[in-house]
Structure formats: C-alpha cells, structure tokens
Design a protein around this ligand. Structure first.
Ligand SMILES: [Zn+2]
Length: 159
C-alpha cells in the first residue's frame, strides 16, 4: 500500500451547470493505492473550489469542495473495464473529474436562504432588506390591496 499527495491544476473546466471547477483551479489530492489480486484499488479525496453564479440571484459565488473517490483499476486481461492499469500506471483524471462533476450542486445558492431577485425591479433582494414586505411582487394582485371587506356594502350578510 502506498500513499500519495498530489497538487495539480484542473486540466480544463469541469462541470457544465451554473457552477464548475475552472481550468487551472488547484486540485489537492490525497490518494491511497493498494495492491489487490485483480489490480490496484485507488481511494482518496480531492479538495478544490468551484465557482459560478447563484441559481436564484445570479451573484458570483465560490465555494470549497471536498469529494471522496474509490475505484479498482484492473490489470489488463480478457475483459475490458473502464479503469485499467496501463504500463504500471493508473490515470486518475477521469475518476477525479467524474467525482467532482457529480458532486457539484445542481441549484447552487449564494446563501441557504437567498431570496432571489425582485420580480419587478430585477434587483437582488438580499441587498435591499425590507423591500419584500412593501407590496405584492405580482402587479396583477395590486388592485386587491385597495379592497377591504368594509367597502363591500352590497355583499349579503349572514344572519
Ligand atoms: Zn443568491
């Protein structure tokens, strides 16, 4: 069994959603390689940072990310496998990339209770506390604000 610490930049942008690990972003890997009968069992973790935009208010965000991974790299044999030992080496790139991409949040937010954008002004509500209680955000409901039951003299009264 051997352990490695590897610091390397991400070779390209990883992730296609609102957030991704940018190309060149440092990756810090702790990797353990264990010899087993069928091949080499690789396990470890990677620390990096993802960047992008909040899915609600579109503000820029950058968050740390730590992901664990494990895969058996088989010695070349009769059966084809996704991960193989080649020339006494294992190529970790696909394994690490897949682990990172799968762990990126699908709907990232800048803060857990991000209120998003004002439906009328498009401004970021987190920047303008108190605005939310001002008026209904949907203009179609504005007329109802003027309505109170007291003005409704024509309505039949319950006995
Ligand atoms: Zn936000």
């Amino acid at each position: 069994m051997r352990e490695f610490t590897i610091d390397t930049p991400a070779p390209e942008k990883w992730g296609e959603g609102l957030v991704a690990v940018a190309g060149g972003e440092p990756l810090e890997l702790d990797v353990r390689a264990e010899s087993v009968h069928e091949g080499i069992l690789i396990s470890g973790s990677v620390e990096t940072e993802y960047t992008g935009i909040c899915g609600r208010c579109l503000t820029d965000i950058a968050e740390p990310l730590q992901v664990e991974f494990q895969e058996l790299f088989a010695y070349p044999g009769e059966e084809a496998t996704d991960f193989e030992v080649q020339d006494d080496h294992v190529d970790l790139e696909t394994l690490v990339r897949d682990a990172i991409v799968l762990s990126l949040p699908f709907q990232p937010v800048c803060q857990p209770d991000c209120p998003g954008l004002d439906a009328i002004t498009g401004e970021r509500l987190a920047d303008t506390p108190g605005e939310q209680q001002r008026t209904p955000s949907d203009p179609r409901w504005a007329a109802l604000q003027e309505y109170t039951p007291d003005h409704d003299d024509e309505a039949p009264r319950r006995a």
